[in-house]
Design a protein around this ligand. Structure first.
Ligand SMILES: *Cc1c(COP(=O)(O)O)cnc(C)c1O
Length: 352
């Protein structure tokens, strides 16, 4: 029953987030959370700020957080926009840069929020078919379109393209904004941030949720030409002027400034990823080459659903999609080495 619902949402097909179970303790390898936790500096800064000043609205411009991000990435603060998770930066971008008259393009297999935003904001898209090896045919994203959205590394495959390939894409689409979603870039891919000064149509979106282990704080950011950042501010200030709360601004700034923790933990994740990929291959899995904090893997003798259910029975959650193109694949988040041992033990039991 959808009585009283606006026509805008009556036919909407919302995004389905990965499960956050409350009933029992699982090993959670289903939502790409970071197993190592955030910088202790971030937790300290948040604790120190959780007092009387919470009665005051936060800084709508996120001045200090933007300064921290700008310094980290060699940009000017006017090239930085902060949001309530990078999903919000993405949602604002779809509203700021895309029009219903011109098709936007993105790969057929990618972050499933893009098609959700497309239809929710009344846009049209063309989904570009993947190559058989799940790489992206980059030529198909070039020219004659109203915008491009590229996750690099891609989700849920984990496959990355080079900075040169992104530059060619941006050059080939001067008529439209190219959004590069770098949610996982810190786990071994090449960032496009260094191209920002040269291309006024490039917007790079990043998040503190994965490589800085702050998924619970909800802070993301968009990096690009000042003109694009102004457009995002225009959307934000038409909806909610304070999307990033006080504790989030303070915690994320501390995390961005703690490079030592960032490097130590992301390298631990990458190291575990490579070991886990080899161990899965030894067991007969096909594993795509990942530059993210997850692996996308498939086994010739068991369907994706069988593996998903078998792991769940053994207390391990991974991510699986019904989509026939990928229904025999599992997306497995990289956890601690011990969690990965439990995963392999469970898979051995399932495979017999
Ligand atoms: C996790 C993820 C995001 C968004 O994360 P937030 O927690 O909203 O910052 C965006 N894009 C991709 C591809 C992701 O996997």
């Amino acid at each position: 029953m959808k009585e009283y619902w606006s026509s805008r949402i009556r036919d909407a097909v919302p995004y389905v987030p990965g499960e956050q179970p409350k009933d029992r303790v699982f090993i959670k390898l289903n939502t790409n959370e970071n197993p190592y936790g955030p910088s202790p500096e971030a937790s300290k800064a948040i604790a120190a700020a959780a007092g009387d000043t919470l009665r005051l609205y936060p800084d709508p411009q996120c001045t200090d957080l933007r300064a921290a991000i700008a310094e980290r990435y060699g940009l000017h603060p006017s090239q930085v926009f902060c949001s309530n998770g990078s999903d919000e930066a993405l949602a604002f971008s779809f509203q700021a840069f895309f029009d219903p008259e011109r098709e936007i393009v993105f790969p057929r297999i990618t972050y499933s929020f893009y098609p959700v935003y497309t239809s929710y904001f009344g846009l049209k898209c063309r989904e570009v078919p993947m190559n058989p090896d799940f790489t992206i045919p980059m030529e198909a994203l070039c020219g004659d379109n109203g915008g491009v959205v590229l996750a690099n590394p891609n989700a849920p495959t984990g496959i990355a393209v080079s900075r040169d390939a992104v530059e060619q894409l941006v050059q080939a689409n001067p008529q439209a904004v190219v959004i590069v979603d770098e949610a996982y870039v810190d786990f071994g891919a090449e960032s496009a941030v260094s191209l920002i000064d040269r291309y006024p149509n490039l917007l790079v979106i990043q998040t503190s949720s994965k490589s800085r282990a702050l998924a619970g704080l909800r802070v993301g950011w968009a990096l690009g030409h000042e003109n694009l950042i102004s457009a995002l501010c225009c959307v934000r200030d038409s909806i909610n002027s304070y999307p990033v709360d006080r504790l989030a601004q303070i915690g994320a700034a501390a995390a961005v400034r703690d490079n030592a923790w960032f490097d130590k933990t992301r390298h631990a994740v990458m190291d575990t990823r490579e070991k886990t990929a080899a161990a899965l291959q030894e067991r007969g899995f096909t594993v795509l080459p990942s530059k993210a904090n997850f692996l996308f893997a498939s086994h010739p003798d068991r369907s994706g659903k069988e593996l998903l259910d078998g792991l769940r029975e053994r207390g391990i959650l991974v991510r699986w999609w019904k989509d026939p193109l990928i229904c025999n694949w599992l997306r497995i988040t990289i956890g601690t080495p011990q969690e990965m041992e439990s995963l392999l033990t469970a898979l051995d039991a399932i495979l017999g």
